[in-house]
Design a binder for this molecule. Structure first.
Ligand SMILES: C[S@@+](CC[C@H](N)C(=O)[O-])C[C@H]1O[C@@H](n2cnc3c(N)ncnc32)[C@H](O)[C@@H]1O
Length: 220
């Protein structure tokens, strides 16, 4: 028994995956395809995708944002969990990798739920705000250029409804955030961002130590 979060050695991590992860074939195939690329480690872990899908189901979400698409795993796992009239606005700048995403969304039969916006995500979010989409999204996942986390968060706070959820990836940053000797710009920005959210009265907060750390911010 432990009353603090367990560190997972590789045996326990393997067991945890064995008894938790139910990755469907299309997601497995996308993971395998992504492994062919040197940037494969940008893809979210299967247990994290499954957790996000469960949250989306629990909230009965319909309208969602995916900020940082890459080969499309997070958008796909969420789209599969949405009802048939659900919607993902997916933001990325990488035409090549998002072509893979689109192929897999098509194969999975969820393309009609995903609207890919190939532009800097801040522009897409500003455009949605200008169109009066404030307070209309149920769920937003932030997983793009980490230096912009604070900007994405502030815009997502406009766009999600009260009671809507913003999830932010990589907030534990491979452990670097806890090492005071590491002072590079990105690590400092993630540290400052985590501190800010800890004090932010506009949200209810929990950081879940799954994968590389996932912040959950529920808009009050
Ligand atoms: C960590 S990956 C996303 C992983 C994805 N969520 C998944 O489940 O596989 C980050 C993505 O953010 C994109 N990105 C970086 N800067 C961006 C920007 N300014 N606007 C939109 N997307 C950006 C990159 O092209 C990359 O595909």
């Amino acid at each position: 028994m432990a009353n603090k979060t367990l560190g997972l050695d590789s045996n326990l991590y393997q067991y945890f995956q064995q008894v938790s992860v139910r990755e469907v074939d299309i997601l497995k195939a996308l993971r395998e395809e992504t492994q062919k690329y040197p940037t494969a480690r940008m893809q979210i872990a299967p247990e994290q995708g499954q957790f996000m899908a469960l949250l989306v189901q629990l909230m009965k979400a319909k309208k969602t944002l995916d900020i940082g698409v890459f080969t499309g795993y997070s958008a796909l796992v969420v789209a599969l969990a949405l009802p048939s009239d659900g919607q993902v606005i997916a933001c990325d700048v990488d035409e090549k990798m998002t072509q893979i995403a689109q192929q897999f969304w098509q194969k999975a039969g969820v393309s009609h739920k995903i609207n890919l916006q190939l532009a800097p995500a801040l522009e897409t979010l500003d455009h949605l705000i200008a169109q009066g989409e404030n307070n209309t999204f149920d769920f937003a996942f932030i997983d793009a250029d980490k230096s912009n986390n604070n900007n994405y968060y502030e815009k997502a706070l406009w766009l999600v409804k009260p009671g809507g959820l913003i999830a932010i990836d990589n907030v534990l940053w491979g452990g670097k955030v806890a090492d005071p000797d590491i002072k590079d710009n990105r690590t400092e920005k993630i540290r400052n961002f985590n501190q800010k959210l800890h004090q932010d009265p506009r949200i209810a907060l929990s950081i879940v130590p799954i994968a590389d750390g996932l912040t959950l911010a529920l808009k009050k």
